[in-house]
Write a protein that binds this ligand. Structure first.
Ligand SMILES: [Zn+2]
Ligand SMILES: [Zn+2]
Length: 398
């Protein structure tokens, strides 16, 4: 996505709020729309899916104080006649363009303490926006100067069905560039500090005038860092970054589905010399379960029963995610019928769980002993004598 495309979007309209809405109002509007259009609630509904992506993206920007300010400023600049350098406004496409769309489950499931620390979304906007807004008109440098933030990292995890359904906290081992422990990421040898660059007075940019517009370009003397290191740290050669193995703890919220991509803000590669880290994107795979399947937040289980249990009724023992429960089967229950047990399914974001759907399936005996065989014969005779005909009313019998 280019700056132009980004600025042309009306995130406020997507969320149905006014431009002056408070963060609280925006959050409420987003949550309501996200609930209504959530893929779990609208399986196969393309319209709802698109809407869900749009509102998630909108919220990732205007739901974040800093990004919202940048967005507002960029739109105000456009309204005031600012033009992007380069044809068609494609000049500023930075990091945001290279990644597809992801939404942040933390806000849908857990309220931000687990996956992802921020209200995320189309991630990486801050990357190229920083070049535009913070440098006060310096959009010319936005596309070239990308080393402001560490790179994003992608990884995968595989969970058991029950872990995904109930939520789980797991350690995740990562080997990637992390802040150097010797210099705390500064790049300067312990006991020394980076000194301010005299060429750019620490801004990292030098100003030049082109026609009516003032542009900034990266300072070449300090590599746009704003500071210079006179005594580089020996461990990281002054970069502030070393590659090492580290373990982070990830709290996966209950109800995560197979293939879901989630974002952990700031857990990607460390930025050079103390710059912010990139994000970590984790694709979650879920192993199927021997007993359960799921449909949205409903947990499904098929229980084998005998014909007698269905005809006479009774109670059967049924597994759940927790303890086993007893479920009453009414007399005369049809084979294949599904009984709903409220509240024994998969936890939802608002705390109320989905339901357990118990399907009963008759298991026909194949090795009956003499006693059971003769009893069954007498039963079939008695059944016939009582007037029961299984094919009565069946169109195929005409
Ligand atoms: Zn170091
Ligand atoms: Zn400089």
């Amino acid at each position: 996505m280019t700056q132009r495309e980004w600025a042309d979007k009306d995130y406020y309209a997507d969320l149905g709020v006014s431009k002056s809405a408070s963060l609280d109002e925006i959050k409420k509007a987003y949550r309501k729309l996200a609930r209504e259009n959530h893929p779990d609630k609208n399986p196969g509904n393309k319209v709802a899916e698109d809407k869900f992506k749009r509102i998630s993206e909108a919220y990732s920007v205007v739901g974040d104080e800093d990004k919202r300010r940048e967005y507002d400023e960029l739109r105000a600049a456009l309204a005031g006649g600012f033009r992007f350098p380069g044809a068609g406004g494609s000049g500023g496409a930075g990091a945001a363009g290279r990644r597809g769309f992801d939404f942040d489950v933390s806000d849908l499931f857990g309220g931000g303490t687990g996956f992802g620390g921020t209200a995320g979304g189309a991630g990486g906007l801050g990357d190229f926006l920083g070049g535009f807004v913070n440098r006060n008109g310096g959009a010319g440098g936005a596309g070239r100067q990308k080393a402001r933030r560490g790179a994003d990292v992608e990884t995968e995890i595989t969970l058991d069905f029950r872990e995904a359904a109930q939520g789980v906290t797991i350690p995740l081992q990562l080997t990637n560039p992390s802040p150097c422990t010797n210099c705390n990421g500064s790049g300067a040898a312990p006991g020394t500090s980076p000194v301010t660059c005299t060429t750019c007075q620490g801004s990292g940019y030098v100003k030049e005038q082109k026609g009516a517009f003032g542009f900034s370009s990266p300072c070449s003397d300090c590599g746009a860092q704003g500071t210079r290191i006179e005594n580089p740290c020996s461990q990281c050669n002054g970069t502030g970054v070393t590659t090492r193995r580290r373990t982070i703890t990830v709290r996966v919220p209950a109800g995560v589905v197979d293939g879901q991509k989630v974002r952990l803000a700031g857990q990607g590669e460390a930025g050079l010399r103390g710059r912010p880290a990139g994000d970590l994107f984790v694709t979650v795979h879920v192993r199927p379960d021997e007993v359960f399947t799921r449909s949205g937040n409903d947990l499904e289980v098929t229980v084998p029963v005998s014909f007698g249990e269905l005809a006479l009724g009774g109670t059967i023992t049924v597994p759940t995610l927790g303890d086993k429960i007893r479920v009453r089967v009414p007399a005369g229950t049809a084979d294949g019928r599904t009984l709903r047990v409220r509240g024994r399914g998969i936890p939802k974001r608002n705390g109320t769980p989905g339901d357990l759907l118990v399907t009963v399936r008759v298991k026909v005996p194949t090795n009956l002993d003499d006693n059971a065989t003769s009893a069954l014969r007498s039963y079939v005779e008695a059944e016939r004598a009582s007037g029961f005909n299984p094919r009565e009313g069946w169109a195929g019998a005409k």
